[in-house]
Structure formats: structure tokens, C-alpha cells
Design a protein around this ligand. Structure first.
Ligand code: IMP
Length: 180
């Protein structure tokens, strides 16, 4: 048995749903009269992106990009690698990059530079969660759901070692071993 369990709830289902709806309204207003390509970062942002696109009222296209994850470590190695790329060119397209969480900022920084080099018409960044105290590189976040403290969280797409993505709320991670 793993010594890691889901801990205290940090963000409940209702708070998340309300925030996603609010972000959807803001994004719909900002892109009024335009089409938008939402790019979700696999796997963590898949649930957030799926909920968010249903709150956006302008025409939306949806694609995903996958980058290497930390594996069992809860701290970034700083190394980012594209494991699955976008299906089509984004040249001349309004792109909204949707990530589950901005921690060190390294993933979003890398993806931003990588996508900007492809010549999109515009590129904005959206993260459900933001841990500003952990930032190692500055990234301009255009849309943020919640700022949270420097603690590892799981649920609503976020995992620890592949687990807990299916939790409907965001929880702190609890390590039984640390309590002893
Ligand atoms: P960054 O590159 O350090 O900003 O980290 C971004 C990625 O790290 C996210 O997409 C998550 O996959 C992972 N990550 C960072 N913090 C957490 C956390 O608290 N829980 C789960 N995953 C996290």
C-alpha cells in the first residue's frame, strides 16, 4: 500500500465550477467575434479544459499537447520534453494554452516559447491553479483560477504518480509516513 493519501479538501466542487464558469465568461468576452483554439496540456489539464470549453461561447477548436511529467517526484526537474505534439499548424490562429497548475513556471515558459515560434495570431495562457511562491521563471498568466500556497495538490486532473486525477475536488496530498 502507498503511504500517500488524499488529504484535506482545498477547493470544493462548487468553488471550482463557479470559477470555471467565470473564466469561461471572461474568455468569451475577450475573444468575442473570433475563433479560438484551446490547447490543453495533457494529462493534468484534461478535466479543466473539458469543463472550460463548455463555458466558452465563441467557436472553439480543441487540441492537446503532452509534455514530460515529474514522475514520482513532487518537484520539477526543470526538463521539459514534448511527448505528443499538436495535430495542426497554429500559424495565424488565436491560441489559448490551458494548464492545470503553474508551479515553477518552467513548463508554461517552455510551451509559450515553443508555441510562439510557430507564429500564432495570438497566444494567451490560462492556469486553473497558480503557486506564485514556487516560481523559478516568470510567465505571463492571462487567466488564473485560484492562487494557492506552496503545497502539493491532487484531484480535478492533478495527480501524484498517476493517482487522484478523478477526484472531483482539489485536495492536499497527505503522507502518512510524515505524520509518524
Ligand atoms: P511547473 O513546470 O513547475 O510550473 O509545473 C507544471 C506541472 O507540474 C503541472 O502541469 C503539473 O503536472 C505538475 N505539478 C506542479 N505542482 C503540482 C501539484 O501541486 N500537484 C500536481 N501536479 C503538480
Amino acid at each position: 500500500m502507498s503511504d500517500v493519501q488524499m488529504g484535506r479538501e482545498l477547493l470544493g466542487e462548487t468553488a471550482i465550477r463557479d470559477k470555471v464558469a467565470q473564466l469561461g465568461r471572461q474568455i468569451s468576452a475577450d475573444y468575442r467575434g473570433q475563433e479560438l483554439l484551446v490547447v490543453g496540456v495533457l494529462k493534468g489539464a484534461v478535466i479543466f479544459a473539458a469543463d472550460l470549453v463548455r463555458q466558452i461561447t465563441v467557436p472553439v477548436y480543441l487540441d492537446f499537447i503532452a509534455v514530460s511529467s515529474y514522475g514520482k517526484a513532487t518537484r520539477t526537474s526543470g526538463v521539459v520534453r514534448i511527448l505528443k505534439d499538436l495535430e495542426e499548424s497554429i500559424a495565424g490562429v488565436h491560441v489559448l494554452l490551458v494548464e492545470d497548475i503553474a508551479d515553477t513556471g518552467l513548463t508554461l515558459h517552455y510551451l509559450r516559447e515553443n508555441l510562439l515560434a510557430r507564429g500564432p495570431r495570438s497566444l494567451k495562457l490560462c492556469a486553473l491553479l497558480d503557486k506564485p511562491d514556487c516560481r523559478r521563471v516568470e510567465v505571463p498568466l492571462d487567466y488564473v483560477g485560484f492562487q494557492i500556497p506552496d503545497q502539493f495538490v491532487v484531484g480535478y486532473g492533478l495527480d501524484f504518480d498517476g493517482r487522484f486525477r478523478n477526484l472531483p475536488a482539489v485536495h492536499l496530498l497527505s503522507r502518512e509516513a510524515e505524520k509518524k
